[in-house]
Design a protein around this ligand. Structure first.
Ligand SMILES: Nc1nc2c(ncn2[C@@H]2O[C@H](COP(=O)(O)OP(=O)(O)OP(=O)(O)O)[C@@H](O)[C@H]2O)c(=O)[nH]1
Length: 601
């Protein structure tokens, strides 16, 4: 039995990080009895370990809630979870496109933040009705009335019906359920007799069931035994199982119009499913496909190499496995003169990069070297062709290049006034162009255009440290602009280390070069000989440092006699070496490859 359209509500929760989205989701699940108290793990929506540790939501998921409203009617509420970090903004927009309404959660002690704005604008762009929820009213610092006004002034939403809650204590949460039923619209269309038309919302790999595909049904019904067709790829599959998440997986006989659910078939890889694709019945296809989405494009690339060359095959297997569940992560084989065989990997942002790197090291037990993250540059060559550059090491001969373009972003920063000066300087140092400065209550709202290349390394860390954690930040890619960019190479002991080369703006090259050399000097341990470290543009050396030679023999103090002690010391040295990599005669510690890039200006 499918649910009548007017008894379905599909909604997302949008919020700035830490404003309480997951806590509220848990409460809603708990209140609607979807989960027994004793089964309630902390933050059920964030199911991956790393996510939980970092406290961020990555994979969009959905939960069906059965709710008997105060009017005595039974409703099906589908909560579509959305990721909370800027790297995953694109996934947020996709999830929002699949539903009709949003709860906008704002921390009543903090007020509107950068991601509150970014996310709510996306919801508005998707024609969502929005219920304003002011959370954390239990905190002494909460000022719900002031924040209500702020939401009206800054976002322009009517907040007169805002629901005041504490997701922590549960106060006011039942009113959120009523607001969902009465203030959010039911699905706008849906004809149960029409041919099947469903949107592919998400998919992931499950060890038992294979690929699980999350769908939103628009028209018709989906059930076991049907042969369905993906309209974008043309692939056909037999539906083997349909079901919903409550949040535990429960099989259902069929999925009808307006509903969210999953199906499984003999789909081998997540790569066979394209998010945004239209799914229809092969026998009786729908006439018109949904508009669809462009796939998420990786914007940051870096090389990942095993510290021990013998681990290459393990790394290959591991990246393949991760890719199964993360279509926005890309990789292809790469060889580096210095690092041997590895992979050039593409990510949605730096956080995404760190998460993947951490998973490879932790879950797959690999020791890795990550090379300098790089954005995607566009090389306009003199012969008229355009080349995308994912790796500075592949830069064409400068004589062949007419111009280089780099990606720019529009960044929004909200900060208490006290830190404004420091942040303006940071943006300025990073070649930013100020677009706007206004005030949200006592806080400044800064809009800056910045080259992405200046943001990927450590902009966010710097922003947090300058503002003692109070500034919030959001960005989106805008366009490509021409820049006076040059390739800077780093030479260690007179040999270029390709993995450390990078593109920099000419005006910043000398400063960057000096900083890199100084950092590397700290990071590279002393050897028995002198090690020059140089930064160069083309053939010109722009900075130089030297690691002085080490004279002391570490085993000397063992007085020759005590063999075990000597052995121990040597073993210890070997252990220390494990996370090093040899370049010519020089050992460079693994961490140097990322640390050297953190400027800390
Ligand atoms: N005092 C108080 N704390 C709350 C309330 N709701 C959430 N918190 C706390 O605020 C912190 C962030 O809550 P989360 O629910 O993880 O925030 P989130 O918005 O889901 O964060 P992301 O998943 O990172 O996007 C946690 O420490 C919660 O315990 C509330 O109503 N009152």
């Amino acid at each position: 039995m499918t649910t009548p359209l007017d008894h379905i509500r599909n909604f997302s929760i949008v919020a700035h990080i830490d404003h309480g989205k997951s806590t509220l989701a848990d409460r809603l699940i708990q209140l609607t009895g979807a989960l027994e108290e004793r089964d309630m793990k902390e933050q059920v929506l964030d199911s991956m370990d790393i996510e939980r540790e970092r406290g961020i939501t990555i994979k969009a998921q959905t939960v069906r809630l059965n709710y008997r409203a105060r009017n005595g009617e039974d409703y099906v509420l589908n909560l579509i979870d959305t990721p909370g970090h800027v790297d995953f903004a694109y996934e947020v927009s996709r999830s929002l496109a699949a539903c009709e309404g949003s709860l906008l959660v704002v921390d009543a002690s903090q007020g509107v933040e950068a991601q509150t704005l970014a996310n709510v604008y996306q919801a508005i762009d998707n024609n969502h009705e929005i219920v304003v929820v002011l959370n954390k009213v239990d905190l002494p610092a909460a000022e719900p009335e002031r924040i209500r006004e702020q939401v009206e002034e800054v976002i322009g939403l009517d907040a007169s019906n805002a629901v005041l809650i504490s997701a922590k204590t549960g106060q006011g949460v039942p009113d959120v359920l009523e607001a969902i039923v009465h203030q959010l619209p039911p699905p706008r269309e849906g004809d149960i007799n029409a041919p099947l038309k469903a949107m592919l919302v998400d998919s992931w790999y499950d060890a038992y069931l294979g690929v699980i595909v999350l769908v939103r049904i628009i028209d018709g019904v989906m059930k076991k035994g049907q042969t369905i067709r993906m309209m974008g790829t043309g692939a056909k599959y037999l539906v083997e199982r349909t079901g919903v998440f409550k949040p535990a997986r429960v099989n259902v006989d069929e999925l009808g119009p307006g509903e969210f659910g999953f199906f499984t078939g003999s789909i081998k890889e997540v790569a066979d499913t394209r998010v945004g694709d239209t799914i229809t019945e092969d026998r009786r296809p729908t006439a018109k496909a949904l508009p669809g989405f462009k796939p998420a494009q990786p914007v940051v690339f870096c090389g990942l190499f095993p510290v021990d060359a013998a681990d290459f095959e393990d790394l290959r297997a591991a990246v393949g496995k991760l890719r199964l569940n993360d279509a926005s992560f890309s990789f292809e084989m790469e060889t580096s003169a210095a690092l041997g065989f590895g992979f050039r990997c593409g990510f949605l942002g730096l956080l995404h990069l760190e998460i993947i790197q951490e998973r490879l090291e932790r879950e797959f037990n690999l020791d890795l070297i990550a090379t300098a993250p790089s954005v995607v540059y566009r090389m306009n060559l003199i012969d008229g062709t355009v080349k995308e550059l994912h790796n500075p090491a592949d830069m064409p001969d400068v004589m062949k290049i007419a111009s280089i373009e780099e990606p720019w972003i529009r960044a929004t920063v909200l900060t208490p006034d006290d830190y404004l000066g420091g942040i303006l300087k940071l943006c300025q140092d990073r070649r930013g162009i100020q677009a706007d400065l206004s005030y949200v209550g006592k806080r400044a709202m800064l809009t800056y255009d910045l080259p992405l290349n200046e943001v990927v390394f450590d902009f966010y860390d710097r922003l947090k440290s300058i503002s003692k954690g109070y500034a919030s930040f959001d960005y989106h890619l805008t366009d490509y602009r021409e820049g006076d960019l040059v390739k800077m190479s780093i030479l260690v002991n007179d040999e270029p280390v390709d993995a450390l080369s990078m593109l920099v703006h000419r005006s910043a090259a000398e400063k960057r070069g000096r900083q890199m050399c100084e950092k590397l000097k700290e990071l590279i341990p002393q050897h028995l000989f002198k090690i020059p470290i140089q930064a160069a543009i083309g053939g010109r050396i722009i900075a130089r440092e030297t690691v002085s030679a080490l004279r002391k023999d570490v085993t000397a103090k063992c007085y020759g006699g005590d063999v075990t002690r000597k052995r121990k010391l040597l073993d210890k040295q070997k252990e220390g070496k494990k996370r090093m990599r040899q370049f010519g005669k020089v050992d460079i510690p693994q961490e140097a490859f990322i640390q050297a890039l953190k400027m800390g200006d």
